[in-house]
Design a protein around this ligand. Structure first.
Ligand SMILES: *Cc1c(COP(=O)(O)O)cnc(C)c1O
Length: 437
């Protein structure tokens, strides 16, 4: 077995890595083998990814993506490294059934402290999609437990994204998105049209009417508050969250906020729900939870939901991932939250917002560009056509920046530690990508 030999005995060259990658490794949202060759990252530090082999003349790229919203403090951060290493010296993992540990307890208490008021109980899982699965399970089980099993459907607005496992897929945008293939197979959920950017009373009425009409079969309304991420990078008025809260209260429907992308300051407030001073019954967190270090997500709920479930016919929440509450992830999550809240993070996100507005001010006038929008640490350029991924990515790499466009969108959500200079380069790269793609 010469191949195994090769993998075991020595470091692989970039060429060998790419060959084996192509042969064996599946990448996100791709065919097997992949069509485009990935870049090999050797290490990362601060906001920079270091490549194993130069790409278009660059060996280092400024990360404009925060590794999909997560690496808000940048890479190889001494404080986060220390948290992981110290925890590693104690234990990397123990099962969570019948056992508990300080990192998990501290994290749960901290999350309850910083999230909106009535959220009180925390279920820790290993990825955002699972956190959404758990949220849906909580809501459906709540209604079963209190004797209303007909309430088992979900309502959301179009243009959303909630993850790639089964229940989350069913509330992702049913048309534009990646999950169109599964129409007719997925549970059929209820959709209202995409929320308008500005507050419109007519749309608020549509939301109220939809909740009222379907109240008897609705377990919950689930939405991404203020920013719809991977479903289309659209923003909407926080007022709609208040409308949903009132409609859900009036008609006995639970409200779930998926803050997996928006949590931990990205939109300018710690949680997007804070912009409307609205509290959901269930909240999902992930992505930046561990500062991008390790995979972990959380589903928080109120005592009403927890009590309902725990006093039902089957008085348990039947969910328990093997790596639930992983101590390494919990320890680094605690450190990441302390790091964030121990600085003037609002100021940093404002600085990013101003830099993005400034750096993308002219981009909207380019041919092929439909719209430029900025909110908090998020900058989006929407084209009037499907982006040419290869051309757009190459243009960004030539500028020394890592971007990952999709559909008609070239966007960036840089780490909060990105300097003004690096931010200007990111904006330059977004613009170059918009021109090339
Ligand atoms: C990324 C994302 C998810 C899924 O999280 P994974 O960790 O990728 O499973 C769910 N909801 C939202 C809003 C997201 O942005």
């Amino acid at each position: 077995m010469p191949e195994q030999h090769l993998v075991r005995d020595r470091q692989l060259s970039p060429d060998e890595l790419l060959r084996l990658d192509r042969e064996h490794v599946w990448h996100p949202y791709g065919p097997m083998p992949g069509r485009a060759e990935p870049l090999v990252v050797e290490s990362a530090s601060g906001v920079r990814l270091r490549l194993a082999r130069p790409a278009h003349g660059r060996t280092e790229l400024i990360d404009g993506m925060s590794s999909w919203w997560s690496a808000v403090h940048g890479y190889n951060h001494p404080v986060l490294n220390k948290a992981v290493t110290e925890q590693l010296g104690r234990m990397s993992h123990v099962m969570f059934g019948g056992l508990t540990h300080e990192p998990a307890v501290r994290l749960a208490a901290r999350l309850v402290e910083i999230t909106p008021e009535p959220l009180r109980h925390v279920f820790l899982s290993d990825s955002g999609s699972v956190a959404v699965e758990v949220a849906v399970k909580m809501c459906l089980q709540y209604w079963r437990s209190v004797g209303r099993p007909a309430k088992q459907r979900l309502l959301t607005w179009r243009g959303g994204y909630h993850g790639d496992t089964w229940q989350p897929m069913a509330v992702c945008d049913p048309d534009g998105g990646m999950h169109q293939l599964w129409q007719g197979v997925l549970p059929r959920q209820l959709f209202v049209r995409e929320p308008p950017v500005e507050y419109e009373e007519a749309y608020a009425d549509e939301l109220r009417a939809a909740v009222a009409r379907h109240a008897d079969e609705l377990a919950a309304v689930i939405v991404e508050p203020v920013v719809q991420g991977a479903g289309g990078m659209r923003f909407h008025s926080p007022e709609y969250l208040r409308v949903l809260r009132e409609a859900c209260d009036a008609h006995d429907v639970l409200l779930v906020f998926d803050e997996i992308a928006t949590g931990f300051g990205r939109t300018g407030t710690l949680f997007a729900a804070d912009q409307a001073s609205v509290s959901p019954d269930v909240m999902c967190l992930g992505k930046a939870l561990t500062g991008g270090y390790l995979t972990m997500a959380a589903t928080l709920c109120t005592s009403r939901v927890a009590d309902g479930i725990s006093q039902g016919e089957v008085p348990v929440l039947a969910h328990g991932p093997t790596f639930m509450a992983n101590p390494l992830a919990a320890a680094v999550a605690c450190a990441s939250i302390d790091l964030l809240l121990g600085q003037d993070w609002q100021q940093e996100v404002k600085r990013l917002e101003a830099g993005l507005r400034d750096g993308l001010a002219e981009t909207g006038a380019l041919p092929g560009v439909r719209e430029v929008r900025v909110l908090g640490g998020i900058g989006v350029v929407q084209l009037d056509h499907e982006v040419d991924m290869a051309a757009a990515t190459e243009a960004a790499v030539r500028e020394g920046v890592w971007l990952r466009p999709f559909r008609d969108l070239i966007y960036t959500m840089p780490p909060y530690v990105t300097s003004d200079e690096d931010l200007a380069r990111i904006c330059g790269a977004v613009t170059a990508a918009a021109t090339a793609g």
